[in-house]
Design a protein around this ligand. Sequence first.
Ligand code: FUL
Ligand code: CA
Length: 492
Amino acid sequence: MKKIPQRLLIMTAVWCTVLGLSPAVLSATRLANAPAPFGPIPTARQLAWHDMEFYGFIHFTVNTFTDKEWGYGDESPNVFNPTDFDANQIARTAKAGGMKGLILTAKHHDGFCLWPSKYTEHSVKNSTWKNGKGDVVRELSKACKQQGLKFGLYLSPWDRNHADYGKPAYITYYRNQLCELLTSYGDLFTVWFDGANGGDGYYGGAREMRRIDNRTFYDWPNTWKIVRDLMPMACMFSDVGPDFRWVGNERGFAGEPCWATINVGDGVPGNTKANLNQGERPGANWIPPECDVSIRPGWFYHASQDAQVKTPAQLLEIYYKSVGRGACLNLNLPPDRRGQIHDNDVASLTKFRQILDQTFAKDLAQNASITASQTRANAASFGPQNVTDQDRETYWATDDDVTKAELLLDLGKPMTFNVVSLREYLPLGQRIEAFALDRWQDGRWVEFATGTSIGNRRLIRTDRVTSSRVRLRITQAGACPALSELALYVEP
Ligand code: FUL
Ligand code: CA
């Protein structure tokens, strides 16, 4: 049976979206006799986002120069004055760190715009930096392209500078800026909508408290529609999606379990009852989590935090509890007052990457012989060898009525590992609910790990295990499992 490359599925899905065809047309391109999708399933744009797994945040604005986290909105544009801004250094650092993209704060809560927006005077165009000719969004988008990184933007809904904030006119302003960004800087993989609305601010000189009703003020459905219309493949972030959600903390840790699904109900950004950290099952919406966390205590650069950059070991813990729980990791690297990533951050990120590269260089299960307790229709196209072929698009599946099943790996000789990687075949939904792993020891099976959700990726980090055979038991599933990867690694 010839497999359908996922690229083709995504292209097909893109065209389905463009042409307005139904998902039923899309499913016709799947393997014959494939299991039916279970529950909500990811869209083509979400699948592309899941594939990224690790990307970065760039928090940079007047705060970098005032030593604040939230600017009041009364900062002079001249405050923004990097001495040696180098977008290439930033993009190179991200690339070398293994990131697949960068998201820049085009405008943070203080309202200062890092691009020369035609809708406000509060931007780089009125800064002495580059005599008002600078454009951070342009330079970083170009540098990302050069490095093969995807590019995304954060446009803070809360704006402590704008005179109209809190009034209907502000929504027009906000949407104008959104259109400006979506049409001037090439493809964006994401638009990131923050949920913070702190209240007081400069507001064109009013210097007062302004409270908004976050259920109605931004009219999110119509704001989101602008992104859908102008950039159909861009995934939108907010507490409640629509494409990916906040994980509920800024420490970088997804829950255990961590479901890609939740029930949004009438939740809006900044106001939701959904369990963001673990997700919900059953859940009506496929809105997987992103773990956003800074490499330093603050989101913006502060010289006083130069000695508090997260260590490679801390970054690894974050990686295993984010990417390793099926989420994406969005790690913030704040440029310093030069406009570059500080040496301490570069050093930590580089070492972290080195360890990950060494860990994942060799799948110790690659040459194992594998048998399954059951294979769908006994067909090779759904056979167990599909979990070690390093191809996300092929998977092992069982018959529809089989939701408990086992895979047996014979490694040929004793091998030592401490990381097990599992992936579900995501286009068919999140199916597996619980599993256990056993090693063969003194003539019997000994359980060494158990887990729940898998989804895009599950990394189980254990003590070192030495064994010539490994068994995976799927102990609970909502529908017959469709597993695309089972791999074994050892950390250096
Ligand atoms: C928060 C903001 O208030 C922080 O300043 C930062 O941008 C973070 C990513 O999101 O809600
Ligand atoms: Ca596979």
